[in-house]
Design a protein around this ligand. Structure first.
Ligand code: ACO
Length: 344
């Protein structure tokens, strides 16, 4: 009953949000490092050593971002024991939407038969799921919504240069979707404890996709394609350095704000950027291997989808369960970085 009795500084009733269910979907098509060796000058050894990735999934012809989101959403609904009609708002995080506009949230809403409810698309790249969780948390707290569907879904395989020219980025990314149901709860022992969001736009060009964009007139031109500015660019070493600093910083920020010791966290689930980044973060936080989750070897970097995919697998593997204290953390393009502490 605690949530019903909580009030904010203005004396308004404040509720509590918790993650009631989670699910994921990855396409069937497995693309191994050996498969990439056939289309670009790379090697299984280089990829494994630098990134920890062994294989990733790519969408099939005709399969799209919102299709994967729908499959992940239905699994999350099942896991939550929630009927689709109970959802009263959608938050959709992606950097690879089906269309320039409208957002994929509208496609998903229609596919789920939820026509009429609000659908918010957010573009916070690798931090999209944690940013979305923070938004959902605020809406539930204020009583605006009761059950929010939060999705992270990415079709990276159609937006990367799958030739030797683009190999530094191409080998990293994969496709997939994850979804969570964020619901109002009266259980004082569960729920989202806090979320911490950051960005520094000084670094936009260190990890970005320059074109097409409305800063140019026209927005899309043959020159852009000829110059390859429609492919993503990453300053790999720069990203590595910043990620290795920001991840621990934002995790510690969440822990300190909640007055929680890192040793009391059951599992840290970082955005699956790169095994070496995860390992550097784990070492800086002085955490044992079993406390920092990784599944990047199977899926590569699925951007906004990586945390809900990882969290779903951690639950399936029995690593976390009801009552577990979890810290989610992400870093990505923007630069943006974010964390969330929650008790399942
Ligand atoms: N296969 C084979 N060789 C490659 C590949 C590839 N896929 N990509 C680059 N190389 C070559 C380069 O051309 C270079 O060759 P050269 O020495 O002849 O010039 C050589 O490998 C070394 O390249 P570096 O860029 O110096 O390699 P580095 O050791 O820095 O590793 C990497 C590159 C893995 C990208 C590293 O910088 C890194 O881990 N960065 C973090 C970025 C990251 O993981 N981002 C994830 C996405 S963003 C996010 O989610 C936060």
């Amino acid at each position: 009953m605690m949530a019903e009795n909580c009030s904010n500084q203005k004396g308004q009733i404040m509720h509590k949000a918790h993650m009631a269910g989670i699910g994921y979907y990855v396409p069937e098509k497995v693309v191994t490092n050996a498969d990439l060796e056939k289309i670009m000058d790379t090697s299984d050894e280089w990829i494994r050593e630098r990134t920890g990735i062994i294989e990733r999934r790519y969408v099939a012809d005709g399969e799209n971002n919102a299709d994967m989101a729908e499959k992940a959403s239905r699994k999350a609904l099942d896991h939550a024991g929630c009927d689709v009609q109970d959802i009263d708002f959608i938050i959709y995080a992606t950097l690879s939407p089906d269309y320039f506009f409208p957002g994929s949230g509208c496609l998903l809403q229609d596919q789920l038969g939820l026509n009429g409810i609000g659908a918010l698309d957010i573009r916070n790249q690798c931090c999209g799921f944690v940013y979305g969780l923070s938004i959902a948390d605020q809406y539930i707290k204020t009583g605006e919504y009761k059950n929010i569907l939060l999705v992270g879904s990415e079709v990276q395989s159609r937006g990367i240069d799958l030739t030797t020219r683009g190999r530094d980025i191409a080998v990293l990314f994969g496709d997939g979707a994850g979804a969570a149901i964020i619901s109002r709860t009266d259980d004082e022992n569960r729920g989202i404890i806090n979320t911490k969001l950051h960005a520094d736009g000084k670094y936009i060009k260190e990890l970005w996709c320059e074109d097409p964009g409305s800063i140019k007139n026209p927005r899309l031109s043959h020159e852009m394609i000829d110059s390859t500015s429609h492919w993503p660019y990453m300053n790999g070493r720069y990203v590595f350095k910043h990620a290795a600093t920001r991840f621990p910083e934002v995790i510690n920020e969440a822990l300190e704000a909640a007055n929680i010791n890192k040793d009391d966290v059951d599992l840290v689930i970082p955005h699956q950027a790169n095994m070496r980044i995860t390992e550097a973060v784990r070492m800086r936080l002085e955490l044992p291997e079993e406390k920092v989750y990784s599944n990047i070897h199977k899926y590569g970097n699925t951007t906004a989808a990586s945390i809900p995919i990882a969290m779903s697998e951690a639950i399936a593997e029995g690593l976390i369960k009801e009552g577990s204290l979890i810290c989610l953390a992400a870093f990505g393009s923007g630069f943006t970085w974010a964390s969330a502490l929650l008790r399942l």
